[in-house]
Write a protein that binds this ligand. Structure first.
Ligand SMILES: [Fe+2]
Length: 206
């Protein structure tokens, strides 16, 4: 079945923005648990498990009715966390440049306007969920949020950047101060990786 992708930095590499214990529990317990639960569901259903999870999630109609909700929750949990750990950078962010900067300016007016909207949405989302920078069906950049573990792929969006605002992502260090976590989080995003994803997906859509 599917295996959890490794994160390519140590648990303490995102200090001081995200503490080592949080990264360790987040990846080895929460992220792993979504993968385990997804594999349990796939064992009792007949889906084409040779495809990437980002494609498999669109096959929800092929599952047993009683497994559909659990499937979406757990596959979303894996996909969202894969992206989350992939776009973080030990040592701090690099600049938003190149095609990503151009796309952001086209869709939001300026990088500052984008950062402001993303920060606001992530700070104010009610309950547990995620806020994404996505490519929408018109091939423009957009910010969307989802609840629980839903992936925006199910709604036709292609996510290229994300923040996890479940309390398990920040509570040990930030407790109730989610806006502080959100503001600091923006300082450890690897915008080179985000730009690479943007370029790949835009090219694919042309
Ligand atoms: Fe999480």
């Amino acid at each position: 079945m599917y295996e959890l992708k490794k994160i390519d930095y140590s648990f303490d590499a995102l200090e001081p923005v995200i503490d080592a214990k949080t990264v360790e529990i987040h990846h080895t317990k929460h992220h792993q648990n979504y993968m385990n639960k997804l594999n349990e569901i796939l064992e009792r259903n007949s889906l084409d498990t040779s495809k990437p999870l980002e494609e498999l999630v669109l096959d929800v109609a092929d599952l047993n009715d009683e497994d559909k909700v659990g499937f979406l929750f757990n596959i979303g949990g894996v996909i969202n966390h894969d992206l989350y750990f992939k776009i973080l950078k030990p040592g701090g962010s690099n600049e938003i440049t190149g095609t990503l900067k151009e796309g952001i300016e086209k869709s939001f007016g300026s990088v500052d306007a984008f950062v402001s909207e993303f920060t606001k949405k992530a700070s104010t989302l009610m309950g547990s969920g995620w806020v994404f920078l996505v490519i929408n069906p018109n091939n423009e950049l957009d910010i969307v949020s989802t609840n629980n573990q839903e992936t925006p792929i199910s709604s036709g969006f292609e996510p290229i950047m994300v923040i996890d605002v479940w309390e398990h992502a920040y509570y040990l260090k930030y407790q109730n101060l989610r806006p502080d976590y959100v503001n600091n989080f923006l300082n450890i995003i690897n915008f080179d990786v985000v730009e690479k994803l943007y370029d790949e997906k835009i090219q694919k859509n042309i």
